[in-house]
Design a protein around this ligand. Sequence first.
Ligand code: 13P
Length: 340
Amino acid sequence: MSAAELEATAKAMVAKGKGILAIDESTPTIKKRFDTINFESTEENRRAYRDLLITNPGGKEFISGMILYDETIRQATSDGTPFAKALIDQGIMPGIKVDTGAKDFALHSGEKITEGLDGLRDRLAEYKSIGAKFAKWRAVITIGNNIPSQACIEANVHALARYAGLCQEAGIVPMVEPEVLMDADNTIERCYEVTEMTLSALFSALKSQDVSIEHTILKTNMVISGKQCSTQANVQEVADQTVRCLVKNVPAELPGIVFLSGGQSAELATAHLNAMNVSNPDLPWPLSFSYGRALQEPCLNAWGGKESNLKAAQKALLHRSKCNSLACSGAYNADMESAA
Ligand code: 13P
């Protein structure tokens, strides 16, 4: 493996004012998204949608990389350019989701374990030959009665470390994503506790498997109230608790941290990221974004599956990308939403 290549990729992923656009929904998940606009999920329709995201003029100013799904990395733009090449030609790095999904964790009701290690070395070699510069693996940690269990956290971080080692061996930067879900009725304090347990277990597993932290990107949830909780923490509390948890549990040598949106509205996800960067200009790592829904939702709604709405959809995506880019340096302002 080339350490210099990994270092350059990791740095570029979180370059100043840039973040990652996650468009790696699995086939069942993209169907759910298309259902919201009454659009059929055929292979061609999925290709057409990803085409508009990938070829969005101006996107490269705010987006350093896009995470693709296995089907997507094998598809091409309407003029026949493979998607990976179309990204590279714009100076955007192709990334690839390599886990094969979160499955029920044996003997642990309500908990998940992410699969996908079998054959991963060969799959990474192929993705690398197609142009992938980084990869993603998402572990899911659920908050509920007596969960998460220590066993669930340990099994998931062990798999994340094995995946990360294989990525680095292949010259691909691992984006390690332990997602503490925000769907339950838990308080922000409980989210803090579980996120802390998860992150501290993750970095011990990475270290014990000799994964180079300097060549790894963390993609994590924010510390936030569960969606069903009757008391919702405000923007500043989310920003403060998230940063406090990261400062305590994430090594300074990590090149960057990006957030998932996890079901937050597009504008709230931007406001949270902005508040973190306004209050903490001197953190050891850049704090940026790797949103799926919070970048795509306004775009998907503007498109509605209609060719005639393509420009409006791309404009909506560019607007969200720009707002989040500004949030990376604390320069976003909610007034920018009405001016759009
Ligand atoms: P959301 O931002 O929609 O949570 O998706 C990000 C992602 O890639 C989850 O794995």
